[in-house]
Write a protein that binds this ligand. Structure first.
Ligand SMILES: Nc1ncnc2c1ncn2[C@@H]1O[C@H](COP(=O)(O)OP(=O)(O)OP(=O)(O)O)[C@@H](O)[C@H]1O
Length: 263
């Protein structure tokens, strides 16, 4: 993070109910501009719901989420989503998939071709503009997905388990690539993941959610130097963070696994 920390996202007393189900209960937290935040927690603790409310795709039952002091009431170009499924349109080229958000918002202009080429370069897909999604591997498609979210130049990137469909090696490469892109672009990131080591590796802070109802159990500050080589994952300090977070959610996870087996 930069020296002067300004608040990018401010969440206050956020509560969400689906019918009688309390999904989020009075979540209050601030995120600084340029911060990389991961959100972890057991299945069903409301991570996706939290992200969707910040993205404006879902309304809170009470409380507010504000971007730069402005209450979020719906989706906007200032936020970009990256989901686990890439949702690329098979009949469109990679370039045309990347530009879809700009097209919908009437922001395509003549200089766009050059910008798209730069973006594809940034995500490691130089020369693939005219390919179709079916010609790319899963990792490459997820890179296109990321380029598409970045194309509208959002200030806040909302990423929901973006790498979970990838194999272990590709996933690690994507983690380093994401950090490289984040370090170059000064974006604020909210990153939901089930993998604790991924959260520790990427983040300035990890929000550990707890279930029933969903709330923040603890915020863990990750005091590891940047840039972070992948080898940092094998240091004792790294293992300590992973262990600490795992212990925080272990009991919750045990309960959810039991519930799943009971049905
Ligand atoms: N549209 C909806 N209508 C009713 N219930 C919902 C809806 N969306 C989510 N829920 C419920 O809210 C709870 C939290 O869901 P959410 O997807 O936010 O959790 P999560 O922490 O992201 O879970 P996971 O880690 O499994 O993706 C779950 O019990 C889910 O069934």
């Amino acid at each position: 993070m930069g020296d002067a920390v300004t608040t990018k996202l401010s969440v206050s007393g956020l509560t969400k109910k689906f019918a009688t189900l309390d999904v989020l209960s009075s979540v209050s937290v601030d995120v600084g501009r340029g911060e990389f935040i991961s959100i972890v927690g057991p299945s069903g603790c409301g991570k996706t719901t939290f992200l969707r409310i910040v993205g404006g795709l879902e309304h809170a039952t009470s409380g507010t989420a504000a971007l730069d002091g402005k209450t979020i009431t719906g989706p906007g170009m200032d936020r970009g989503f990256v989901f686990q499924q890439d949702n690329l349109l098979p009949w469109r080229t990679i370039e045309s998939n990347v530009n879809i958000g700009l097209e919908i918002n009437n922001r395509l202009d003549r200089a766009q071709k050059e910008r798209t080429a730069k973006l594809l370069n940034l995500v490691g897909l130089r020369g693939f503009a005219d390919y179709y999604p079916r010609q790319l591997s899963g990792g490459m498609r997820q890179r296109v997905n990321l380029a598409r979210a970045l194309a509208v130049d959002p200030e806040l990137l909302l990423m929901d388990e973006p790498f979970s469909a990838l194999d272990a090696q590709t996933r690690e490469i994507m983690q380093t690539e994401l950090l490289r892109i984040w370090e170059a672009g000064a974006k604020t990131v909210l990153f939901v993941t089930h993998q604790i080591d991924e959260a520790v590796y990427l983040s300035d802070r990890v929000f550990v959610f707890a279930r029933r109802p969903g709330r923040i159990n603890e915020i863990v500050e990750i005091d590891l130097p940047r840039p972070r080589p992948l080898s940092i994952k094998r240091t004792p300090q790294f293992a300590k963070y992973v262990d600490h977070i795992w212990k925080l959610i272990e009991e919750d996870v045990r309960v959810s696994v039991l519930e799943e087996h009971v049905g």
